[in-house]
Design a protein. Structure first.
Length: 158
């Protein structure tokens, strides 16, 4: 049996915060605001996995009201979600993502992001795809006020 889930996340850009995407600290003048490290890429992947196993969303599993998740690495959240999928009898088949940001350029960090994701999900690098695009100057992302990510994950029985 195969299952598929989709995920989406967006966070506002703010000063005096590190920018972390795919578990990689990216040198930039702004970072993403959030309760955890605000890693939109990993949050979208988490939500896609949770969707595939019909387990609501990361807000339910890691609520902002819970101090344990304040500034936590989203790699830890991804590991918890992955373990939940394994516990339900599923493993990752593939992950496809899109990061949407005007700046900074994402491509120089893509391979390290893949390393981080595949390390947590215990899959080969050719099972993870990370694409990046801009919003062509449109909306909050286009003005550089936010970064968003979409993810689709397929799971198969373990």
């Amino acid at each position: 049996m195969m299952r598929v889930g989709i995920g989406y996340d967006i966070h506002r850009m703010v000063e005096e915060r590190e920018l972390i995407l795919g578990g990689v600290v990216i040198p930039y003048i702004k970072g993403l605001m959030g309760h955890s490290d605000a890693d939109v890429l990993l949050h979208a992947i988490c939500d896609a996995i949770l969707g595939a196993i019909c387990e609501d969303d990361i807000g339910k599993h890691f609520p902002v009201s819970d101090k344990r998740y304040e500034n936590i690495s989203s790699l830890v959240l991804l590991k918890n979600v992955y373990d939940l999928a394994l516990g339900k009898g599923f493993k990752i088949n593939n992950v496809d993502t899109v990061l949407i940001a005007e700046e900074p350029k994402i491509m120089p960090f893509k391979e390290k992001m893949k390393d981080n994701i595949t390390g947590v999900l215990k899959i080969k690098k050719d099972m993870v795809n990370i694409k990046a695009t801009t919003n062509e100057g449109i909306g909050s992302i286009g003005r550089g006020e936010a970064i968003a990510a979409h993810a689709i994950v397929s799971l198969v029985e373990a």
